[in-house]
Design a protein around this ligand. Structure first.
Ligand code: CO
Length: 134
């Protein structure tokens, strides 16, 4: 059920300028900035051969990453995103195994136009986990 690492997300104050060093110094392909009002973030992706780095910036007052960015003024690793073939089956199995799903448990459409869910960091060794349906 656990698939590829889709991306590692880094939360920052300014996603575009954070991504710049990956484009300039590493020569990675950098996406345009995309606002996701449903998630309260602006995202910019750096594409690597085997995964992506997602830079997220708070969008709006109620952004779920506002506090994180406040506490980590220079930015910091925010979550890991794993691919799953069937997000509902994955969710139900994770719940059966005692993992907590954040929010109302209903998948939202994520940055790639695919359903995503977030899982409680306390159930995953302190790391916030996002699952995305492939
Ligand atoms: Co993500």
């Amino acid at each position: 059920m656990l698939g590829r690492l889709n991306h590692v997300a880094i939360a920052v104050r300014d996603a575009k300028s954070a991504a710049k060093i990956y484009g300039k110094a590493f020569g990675a392909e950098i996406s345009e900035a995309v606002a996701l009002p449903d998630h309260g973030v602006i995202t910019v992706f750096a594409t690597l051969p085997n995964t992506k780095i997602e830079f997220i910036e708070p969008l709006g007052e109620a952004s779920p990453i506002a506090k994180f960015v406040e506490r980590n003024a220079d930015g910091g690793i925010h979550h890991l995103c794993y691919e799953v073939p069937d997000i509902i089956a994955a969710r139900d199995q994770l719940i059966r195994e005692g993992a907590r799903v954040l929010g109302d448990g209903v998948p939202k459409i994520g940055a790639h136009g695919k359903p995503v869910l977030f899982l409680h960091p306390k159930d995953f060794s302190g790391a916030l986990v996002e699952i995305e349906q492939t």
